[in-house]
Design a binder for this molecule. Structure first.
Ligand SMILES: O=c1nc[nH]c2c1ncn2[C@H]1C[C@H](O)[C@@H](COP(=O)(O)OP(=O)(O)OP(=O)(O)O)O1
Ligand SMILES: [Mg+2]
Length: 194
């Protein structure tokens, strides 16, 4: 089976990516090779996904898949976007969620639309001149308080209209059918004819 390094240090993301790949690769973890995270200096999800995957190819000598993702809130002009993981000073999920709630204080539901965005980049090797890039989006809106314990990141604040609950209240199997990451992975599998 082909080996593939998952170039992420986020355990929530890794769990989802692993489950979405459902045994099609011999998955290797980036932490087997390095604990150092590359600086996400890109100005787009695409650039950051490529940069993370390339870094993983360099340290592992293997093909690598990276995910750069985030939350784009309409009222905030698309913020926090590519800076979602670095939104609050603490940079942790709880601090990020608190800051988001504060920024949207008093904003009515009709103006709380948001989308999760995921870009996957697959590089065969560090010099791969043609990375495979796939994107997925998931539309919802930002709640007024956190709800639910599942998932990670902004899930407790992301209301999923079709399911009448937050994405942190979804079973992981259902999130893995609906999410931005699921959609991007679906496209990746098509491109790889898996
Ligand atoms: O399904 C999701 N449910 C909730 N929150 C999510 C989701 N998907 C992305 N997010 C948030 C988490 C983090 O604040 C940012 C990703 O930042 P991002 O740089 O891509 O990932 P990261 O730094 O956590 O790990 P790494 O770069 O090692 O893959 O967007
Ligand atoms: Mg990151």
């Amino acid at each position: 089976m082909k080996e593939l390094v998952l170039a992420s240090h986020n355990t929530g993301k890794l769990r989802e990516l692993q489950s979405l790949l459902d045994g099609r690769f011999h998955i290797r973890s980036i932490s087997e090779f390095t604990q150092t995270e590359p600086e996400e200096t890109g100005l787009s999800f695409i650039e950051n996904a490529i940069l993370k995957a390339r870094h993983a190819c360099v340290v592992s000598g293997l093909p690598a898949l990276a995910d750069d993702s985030g939350l784009a809130v309409d009222y905030l002009g698309g913020a926090p976007g590519i800076y979602s993981a670095r939104y609050s000073d603490s940079g942790g999920d709880a601090g990020n969620n608190r800051k988001l709630l504060a920024e949207l204080q008093g904003v009515p539901d009709a103006q709380r639309g948001a989308q999760f965005i995921c870009v996957l980049a697959l590089l065969q090797h560090a010099d791969d001149p043609l990375p495979i890039i796939c994107e997925g989006r998931w539309h919802g809106r930002i709640l007024h308080a956190t709800q639910g314990e599942n998932g990670f990141g902004y899930d407790p604040l992301f209301y999923v209209p079709e399911q009448h609950c937050s994405s942190a209240e979804l079973e992981s199997s259902l999130k893995n059918q609906l999410s931005h990451r699921a959609k991007a992975m679906h496209i990746l599998k098509q491109k790889l004819v898996l």
